[in-house]
Design a protein around this ligand. Structure first.
Ligand SMILES: [Zn+2]
Length: 162
């Protein structure tokens, strides 16, 4: 069958940066619900639309198609008192963006004596990325999957509460 809206698509993939370094690689194929459910990058969905098992593609993705441009306004210097004592570079915290209720993930990027620098950009923001994938399975989604908007396990197992 061809990949259409409401297909469950399984792909083996790797995500690379512009220099060709592998950032992420699937050990097992991953499955997503095709057709605008935010299961995967929209540009990858476009590339896979109406393709079939065995199809391979390599999609170049600009920041606007992935994690956005790097926004220097999302870098903040905070007082160290506001953080746990065992804070380390690379730790992540939830926080709200000024003037917005949206919860963002901030990553600690630098620690000085009494200051902590946190960055609300996604670690891959501003990067051109390459997504290489091969379609390994396609099946119609179940009614339950469609009502949830995501894929359930092969055995119908359902590890979440909604
Ligand atoms: Zn579900």
């Amino acid at each position: 069958m061809l990949i259409e809206k409401d297909s469950v698509v399984s792909i083996a993939y790797q995500l690379l940066d512009a220099s060709g370094e592998v950032l992420e690689k699937s050990d097992q194929p991953i499955s997503y619900l095709h057709g605008g459910y935010d299961g995967i990058f929209p540009v990858v969905e476009e590339a896979l639309h109406r393709q079939a098992i065995g199809y391979s593609c390599s999609v170049l993705m600009n920041p606007e198609n992935t994690f956005g441009e790097y926004d220097s306004e999302l870098v903040r210097v905070e007082s160290r008192d506001a953080f746990p004592r065992d804070i380390e570079v690379g730790m992540q915290f939830e926080g709200a963006q000024e003037g917005s209720a949206e919860v963002m993930i901030f990553t600690v990027t630098d620690i000085a004596d009494d200051k902590v620098v946190v960055d609300g950009n996604h670690p891959l923001a501003g990067q051109t990325l390459r997504f290489d994938c091969t379609v390994v399975a396609v099946r119609p989604a179940t009614a339950e999957e469609l009502s949830h908007g995501h894929v359930h396990g092969d055995d119908g197992a359902h590890g979440h509460e909604h």
